[in-house]
Design a protein around this ligand. Sequence first.
Ligand SMILES: C[S@@+](CC[C@H](N)C(=O)[O-])C[C@H]1O[C@@H](n2cnc3c(N)ncnc32)[C@H](O)[C@@H]1O
Length: 232
Amino acid sequence: MSEVRQGLELPKVIVIGRTFDEYVRMLDLTMEDVTRLKILDVPAGACSFAAEANAMGGSVTAADIAYYHSSDDLLKKGKDDIGLAITGISKVMEHYKWDYFRDLEALERHRLQVLEKFADHRKASLESYVPCVLPELPFADGEFDMTVSAHFLFTYADRLDHDFHLNTIRELLRVTKKEVRIFPLVDQTGHKYGKMESLKEFIQGLGWSTEERDVPYEFQRNANSMLRIFQP
Ligand SMILES: C[S@@+](CC[C@H](N)C(=O)[O-])C[C@H]1O[C@@H](n2cnc3c(N)ncnc32)[C@H](O)[C@@H]1O
Protein backbone atom coordinates (compact mmCIF):
# COMPACT_ATOMS: atom_id res chain seq x y z
CA MET A 1 0.00 0.00 0.00
CA SER A 2 1.43 3.43 -0.93
CA GLU A 3 2.15 6.09 1.70
CA VAL A 4 -0.86 8.12 0.52
CA ARG A 5 -3.23 5.15 0.70
CA GLN A 6 -2.10 4.45 4.29
CA GLY A 7 -2.89 8.06 5.19
CA LEU A 8 -6.36 7.54 3.79
CA GLU A 9 -7.32 4.70 6.12
CA LEU A 10 -10.57 5.80 7.70
CA PRO A 11 -9.70 4.79 11.29
CA LYS A 12 -6.86 7.39 11.19
CA VAL A 13 -9.17 10.23 10.20
CA ILE A 14 -11.15 11.99 12.95
CA VAL A 15 -14.54 13.04 11.59
CA ILE A 16 -16.01 15.84 13.70
CA GLY A 17 -17.62 19.02 12.46
CA ARG A 18 -18.35 22.60 13.37
CA THR A 19 -21.09 24.94 12.18
CA PHE A 20 -21.19 28.08 10.05
CA ASP A 21 -21.69 30.15 13.22
CA GLU A 22 -18.55 28.65 14.81
CA TYR A 23 -16.56 29.31 11.61
CA VAL A 24 -17.72 32.94 11.47
CA ARG A 25 -16.57 33.45 15.07
CA MET A 26 -13.35 31.40 14.92
CA LEU A 27 -12.19 33.13 11.74
CA ASP A 28 -13.77 36.53 12.38
CA LEU A 29 -15.63 36.45 9.05
CA THR A 30 -18.21 39.01 7.94
CA MET A 31 -21.35 38.23 5.94
CA GLU A 32 -19.75 40.23 3.14
CA ASP A 33 -16.72 37.87 3.19
CA VAL A 34 -19.01 34.84 3.07
CA THR A 35 -21.30 36.03 0.29
CA ARG A 36 -18.79 37.85 -1.93
CA LEU A 37 -15.54 35.88 -1.73
CA LYS A 38 -14.65 32.58 -3.32
CA ILE A 39 -13.51 30.62 -0.24
CA LEU A 40 -11.58 27.37 0.24
CA ASP A 41 -12.03 25.55 3.57
CA VAL A 42 -9.21 23.01 4.11
CA PRO A 43 -9.18 20.63 5.87
CA ALA A 44 -12.93 21.04 6.21
CA GLY A 45 -13.74 17.70 7.90
CA ALA A 46 -17.43 17.08 8.59
CA CYS A 47 -18.24 20.79 9.05
CA SER A 48 -21.42 22.44 7.79
CA PHE A 49 -19.68 25.72 6.85
CA ALA A 50 -19.86 25.00 3.08
CA ALA A 51 -23.47 23.75 3.32
CA GLU A 52 -24.68 26.82 5.22
CA ALA A 53 -22.57 29.42 3.40
CA ASN A 54 -23.54 28.11 -0.04
CA ALA A 55 -27.23 28.09 0.97
CA MET A 56 -26.79 31.84 1.67
CA GLY A 57 -25.41 32.43 -1.83
CA GLY A 58 -21.73 31.97 -0.94
CA SER A 59 -19.09 30.06 -2.90
CA VAL A 60 -17.27 27.73 -0.50
CA THR A 61 -15.29 24.69 -1.60
CA ALA A 62 -14.40 22.14 1.10
CA ALA A 63 -11.31 19.93 0.79
CA ASP A 64 -10.11 17.11 3.05
CA ILE A 65 -8.34 13.75 2.96
CA ALA A 66 -11.55 12.24 4.37
CA TYR A 67 -13.39 12.93 1.10
CA TYR A 68 -11.79 9.86 -0.48
CA HIS A 69 -14.48 8.03 1.52
CA SER A 70 -18.24 7.84 0.90
CA SER A 71 -20.67 10.09 2.81
CA ASP A 72 -22.26 7.01 4.40
CA ASP A 73 -18.90 5.78 5.71
CA LEU A 74 -18.08 9.26 7.03
CA LEU A 75 -21.49 9.52 8.71
CA LYS A 76 -20.96 6.21 10.50
CA LYS A 77 -17.36 7.08 11.48
CA GLY A 78 -18.47 10.58 12.51
CA LYS A 79 -21.06 9.21 14.96
CA ASP A 80 -18.42 6.95 16.56
CA ASP A 81 -15.89 9.81 16.72
CA ILE A 82 -18.37 12.18 18.36
CA GLY A 83 -18.95 9.53 21.05
CA LEU A 84 -15.19 9.19 21.61
CA ALA A 85 -14.70 12.98 21.70
CA ILE A 86 -17.48 13.44 24.24
CA THR A 87 -15.96 10.74 26.48
CA GLY A 88 -12.53 12.39 26.14
CA ILE A 89 -13.82 15.89 26.94
CA SER A 90 -15.81 14.58 29.93
CA LYS A 91 -12.47 13.70 31.57
CA VAL A 92 -10.98 17.20 31.13
CA MET A 93 -14.02 19.48 31.41
CA GLU A 94 -11.87 22.26 32.93
CA HIS A 95 -9.88 22.56 29.67
CA TYR A 96 -13.00 24.00 28.02
CA LYS A 97 -15.21 27.05 28.52
CA TRP A 98 -18.88 26.15 28.89
CA ASP A 99 -20.70 29.20 27.59
CA TYR A 100 -21.06 28.63 23.84
CA PHE A 101 -22.07 25.04 24.68
CA ARG A 102 -23.98 24.76 27.96
CA ASP A 103 -22.90 21.19 28.74
CA LEU A 104 -21.75 17.90 27.21
CA GLU A 105 -25.27 16.98 26.12
CA ALA A 106 -25.67 20.23 24.18
CA LEU A 107 -22.25 19.72 22.59
CA GLU A 108 -23.11 16.17 21.48
CA ARG A 109 -26.48 17.24 20.06
CA HIS A 110 -24.84 20.12 18.19
CA ARG A 111 -22.09 17.93 16.68
CA LEU A 112 -24.59 15.28 15.52
CA GLN A 113 -26.73 17.93 13.79
CA VAL A 114 -23.65 19.31 12.01
CA LEU A 115 -22.65 15.84 10.86
CA GLU A 116 -26.09 15.16 9.33
CA LYS A 117 -26.08 18.56 7.60
CA PHE A 118 -22.59 17.95 6.19
CA ALA A 119 -23.50 14.46 4.91
CA ASP A 120 -26.75 15.65 3.27
CA HIS A 121 -25.04 18.58 1.55
CA ARG A 122 -22.14 16.45 0.35
CA LYS A 123 -24.56 13.94 -1.21
CA ALA A 124 -26.41 16.77 -2.98
CA SER A 125 -23.32 18.84 -3.98
CA LEU A 126 -20.46 16.40 -4.33
CA GLU A 127 -18.56 18.90 -6.52
CA SER A 128 -18.15 21.21 -3.49
CA TYR A 129 -16.19 18.49 -1.60
CA VAL A 130 -12.74 17.83 -3.06
CA PRO A 131 -10.43 15.09 -1.79
CA CYS A 132 -6.87 16.28 -1.13
CA VAL A 133 -3.74 15.26 0.75
CA LEU A 134 -1.95 18.23 2.28
CA PRO A 135 0.67 19.63 1.86
CA GLU A 136 -0.56 19.47 -1.75
CA LEU A 137 -3.79 20.89 -3.17
CA PRO A 138 -5.43 20.07 -6.51
CA PHE A 139 -6.26 23.71 -7.33
CA ALA A 140 -4.86 26.36 -9.66
CA ASP A 141 -2.72 29.31 -8.53
CA GLY A 142 -4.93 32.05 -7.04
CA GLU A 143 -8.13 30.03 -7.56
CA PHE A 144 -9.66 31.34 -4.29
CA ASP A 145 -9.98 34.83 -2.79
CA MET A 146 -9.68 33.49 0.75
CA THR A 147 -8.58 30.18 2.30
CA VAL A 148 -9.54 29.19 5.85
CA SER A 149 -7.97 26.37 7.84
CA ALA A 150 -9.19 25.39 11.31
CA HIS A 151 -8.12 22.82 13.90
CA PHE A 152 -5.29 21.26 11.88
CA LEU A 153 -2.09 23.37 11.67
CA PHE A 154 -0.82 24.26 15.19
CA THR A 155 -3.58 22.04 16.72
CA TYR A 156 -1.67 18.88 15.77
CA ALA A 157 1.84 20.33 16.24
CA ASP A 158 2.67 17.17 18.23
CA ARG A 159 2.48 15.08 15.04
CA LEU A 160 2.83 17.57 12.12
CA ASP A 161 6.41 18.89 12.07
CA HIS A 162 7.55 22.44 11.30
CA ASP A 163 8.42 21.63 7.66
CA PHE A 164 4.90 20.26 7.15
CA HIS A 165 3.50 23.53 8.53
CA LEU A 166 5.70 25.60 6.18
CA ASN A 167 4.95 23.47 3.10
CA THR A 168 1.22 23.50 3.82
CA ILE A 169 1.11 27.28 4.32
CA ARG A 170 3.09 27.85 1.10
CA GLU A 171 0.50 25.69 -0.72
CA LEU A 172 -2.46 27.50 0.90
CA LEU A 173 -0.92 30.80 -0.26
CA ARG A 174 -0.34 29.46 -3.79
CA VAL A 175 -4.07 28.84 -4.33
CA THR A 176 -5.15 32.10 -2.63
CA LYS A 177 -5.40 35.63 -4.04
CA LYS A 178 -6.13 37.77 -0.96
CA GLU A 179 -6.00 36.17 2.46
CA VAL A 180 -5.43 32.97 4.47
CA ARG A 181 -6.82 32.57 8.01
CA ILE A 182 -5.71 29.84 10.40
CA PHE A 183 -7.36 29.04 13.77
CA PRO A 184 -6.35 28.42 16.54
CA LEU A 185 -2.71 29.22 17.40
CA VAL A 186 -2.47 26.60 20.16
CA ASP A 187 -2.11 22.82 20.28
CA GLN A 188 -4.50 20.43 21.98
CA THR A 189 -2.98 21.14 25.38
CA GLY A 190 -3.57 24.90 24.95
CA HIS A 191 0.09 25.85 24.32
CA LYS A 192 0.91 28.34 21.60
CA TYR A 193 2.79 27.03 18.55
CA GLY A 194 6.47 27.17 19.56
CA LYS A 195 7.91 28.19 16.18
CA MET A 196 5.45 30.98 15.37
CA GLU A 197 8.14 33.64 14.87
CA SER A 198 10.16 31.59 12.38
CA LEU A 199 6.92 30.65 10.60
CA LYS A 200 6.03 34.34 10.25
CA GLU A 201 9.51 35.12 8.88
CA PHE A 202 9.01 32.36 6.29
CA ILE A 203 5.64 33.84 5.29
CA GLN A 204 7.09 37.36 5.04
CA GLY A 205 9.88 35.93 2.85
CA LEU A 206 7.15 34.80 0.44
CA GLY A 207 5.94 38.42 0.21
CA TRP A 208 2.90 38.21 2.52
CA SER A 209 2.12 40.04 5.80
CA THR A 210 0.86 38.48 9.04
CA GLU A 211 -1.34 39.52 11.94
CA GLU A 212 -2.44 37.62 15.05
CA ARG A 213 -6.01 38.61 15.81
CA ASP A 214 -8.20 37.80 18.84
CA VAL A 215 -11.55 36.30 17.85
CA PRO A 216 -14.94 36.12 19.61
CA TYR A 217 -14.82 32.33 20.10
CA GLU A 218 -13.17 30.24 22.80
CA PHE A 219 -14.31 26.69 23.53
CA GLN A 220 -10.94 25.03 24.15
CA ARG A 221 -9.25 27.35 26.68
CA ASN A 222 -6.61 29.64 25.07
CA ALA A 223 -7.89 28.81 21.56
CA ASN A 224 -9.14 32.34 20.98
CA SER A 225 -6.97 33.88 18.25
CA MET A 226 -6.13 33.29 14.62
CA LEU A 227 -3.33 34.04 12.17
CA ARG A 228 -4.23 36.30 9.23
CA ILE A 229 -1.91 36.15 6.23
CA PHE A 230 -2.61 38.87 3.69
CA GLN A 231 -1.15 40.82 0.78
CA PRO A 232 0.71 43.90 2.12
C1 LIG B 1 -9.99 18.18 13.56
S1 LIG B 1 -10.47 18.13 11.87
C2 LIG B 1 -10.75 19.84 11.53
C3 LIG B 1 -11.95 20.03 10.66
C4 LIG B 1 -12.52 21.45 10.65
N1 LIG B 1 -11.68 22.40 9.96
C5 LIG B 1 -12.87 21.94 12.04
O1 LIG B 1 -12.45 23.03 12.44
O2 LIG B 1 -13.62 21.22 12.73
C6 LIG B 1 -8.95 17.75 11.05
C7 LIG B 1 -9.17 17.28 9.62
O3 LIG B 1 -7.91 17.13 8.97
C8 LIG B 1 -8.06 16.14 7.98
N2 LIG B 1 -6.71 15.75 7.54
C9 LIG B 1 -5.76 15.08 8.27
N3 LIG B 1 -4.63 14.97 7.54
C10 LIG B 1 -4.87 15.57 6.33
C11 LIG B 1 -4.08 15.79 5.16
N4 LIG B 1 -2.79 15.40 5.07
N5 LIG B 1 -4.63 16.43 4.12
C12 LIG B 1 -5.92 16.87 4.17
N6 LIG B 1 -6.73 16.69 5.26
C13 LIG B 1 -6.19 16.05 6.33
C14 LIG B 1 -8.88 15.07 8.67
O4 LIG B 1 -9.53 14.23 7.77
C15 LIG B 1 -9.86 15.92 9.50
O5 LIG B 1 -11.09 16.08 8.81
